[in-house]
Ligand binder design. Structure first.
Ligand SMILES: NC(=O)c1ccc[n+]([C@@H]2O[C@H](COP(=O)([O-])OP(=O)(O)OC[C@H]3O[C@@H](n4cnc5c(N)ncnc54)[C@H](OP(=O)(O)O)[C@@H]3O)[C@@H](O)[C@H]2O)c1
Length: 332
């Protein structure tokens, strides 16, 4: 049993983490939920018991075995090294250490072999990357990847709890004919979409797009993989969707490739309803694949529609699965 700390326990990911620790019967001896002054005294129920959220404080680290950090990149940069110094194993949800060559960036079931060389920090990838690499990995293994082009349709929960409130409030106000004032997003998100996630880079790509490109290359261990992305925020509460174009090295048949995906753990090929929507995936831990089809112009290319719950598979479940794998492999 382990003493488990969570920084960001009141956030969109943190709340889901607590629910999933309970659901998966994670061996928690003591839960230490932390956030900012804003949340001190808020109550969290875990396994039928109420826990008060406490102020994040490095002096608490010495009492922890595992620490999940879901509070943003600057918080991680400051606090994660302090926790590691206290011998805590940290699973970080932020962008702070993902591209650090000394930090494994792991999606269990995709690159578990990367877990072995950890030095106290393990990074969980960006939500849109997790579902992408889950779909790509079996194809990479069997046919090789020549090129990947992805366009995303990302829900507002990917931005956090405040963005979910913004979508809800804008939708309500606009339905009543009232004025709205965008706060979290640069433009109105209700009844709209925004092709701008994270800051623009000098190369014209956004931070989110560069994360998808760099993280996919690192996880699939193909530093030169031709992968590119356009990331778009849509007025959906939970679950990210992706239209993915994949060119393979080897020939494939759609029947054989569909059967490969169907037989991959963690993937659900949705043949019954023809396609999965964000609402269909919400509240689950699988990556849903549908609209599997050969490209018209290229025999060695296909299209997939890939949907997953970003708060669960794209964040909390992945982080907990990393911890479970560490326990199983005796790497903790
Ligand atoms: N949302 C997703 O789908 C998703 C997916 C993958 C990764 N992530 C990453 O997960 C992290 C959390 O995202 P989120 O969506 O859960 O955000 P969120 O809903 O905005 O929650 C942020 C959490 O961090 C806490 N926090 C903020 N500043 C802090 C500080 N200085 N010290 C301690 N705690 C602090 C907040 O506490 P208060 O409530 O007290 O303010 C809150 O609990 C981010 O790094 C994000 O990039 C999110």
């Amino acid at each position: 049993m382990y003493n488990v700390g969570i920084i960001g326990a009141t956030g969109a990911v943190g709340q889901e983490l607590i629910r999933i620790l309970e659901e998966r019967d994670f061996p928690v001896k003591k839960l230490i939920p932390m956030a900012t002054e804003r949340s001190i005294g808020k109550k969290i129920t875990f396994l039928g018991e109420e826990h008060e959220v406490i102020l994040t404080n490095p002096s608490l680290f010495s009492d922890m075995d595992i620490l999940f950090v879901a509070a943003g990149t600057s918080v991680s940069k400051e606090l994660v090294p302090l926790a590691v110094n206290e011998g805590v194993i940290v699973i970080d949800k932020s962008n702070a250490f993902r591209m650090d060559p000394n930090v494994p960036l792991v999606v269990p079931g995709v690159n578990d072999d990367h877990l072995h060389n950890h030095k106290g920090i393990l990074a969980s990838p960006n939500c849109s990357t997790i579902q992408l690499v889950a779909a790509l990995k079996p194809i990479q293994d069997k046919y090789g990847l020549n090129k990947v082009v992805v366009s995303t349709y990302q829900s507002v929960s990917g931005t956090g709890a405040a963005a979910m409130t913004e979508l809800e409030e804008q939708t309500r106000k606009l339905s009543l004919g009232e004025e709205i004032e965008p706060a979290i997003y640069p433009k109105q998100i209700a009844f709209n979409l925004i092709p701008h996630i994270d800051a623009f880079d000098d190369n014209g790509f956004t931070g989110e797009e560069m994360k998808m490109i760099n993280e996919t290359r690192k996880i699939l261990a193909e530093p030169n993989l031709a992968v590119t992305a356009t990331t778009v925020r849509v007025p959906v509460m939970i679950s990210h969707s992706e239209a993915v174009y994949i060119e393979t090295d080897k020939d494939f048949s759609i029947a054989e490739l569909t059967s490969l995906l169907k037989n991959t753990k963690g993937l659900i090929v949705d043949e019954l309803t023809q396609y999965t929507t964000p609402l269909d995936a919400m509240g689950t831990d699988e990556v849903y694949i549908s609209r599997i089809r050969k490209d018209i112009a290229n025999e060695k290319a296909l299209w997939l529609w890939v949907v997953a719950d970003n708060l669960r598979k794209g964040a909390a479940t992945n982080a907990i699965m990393i911890a479970e794998s560490l326990i199983k492999e005796k790497l903790l």
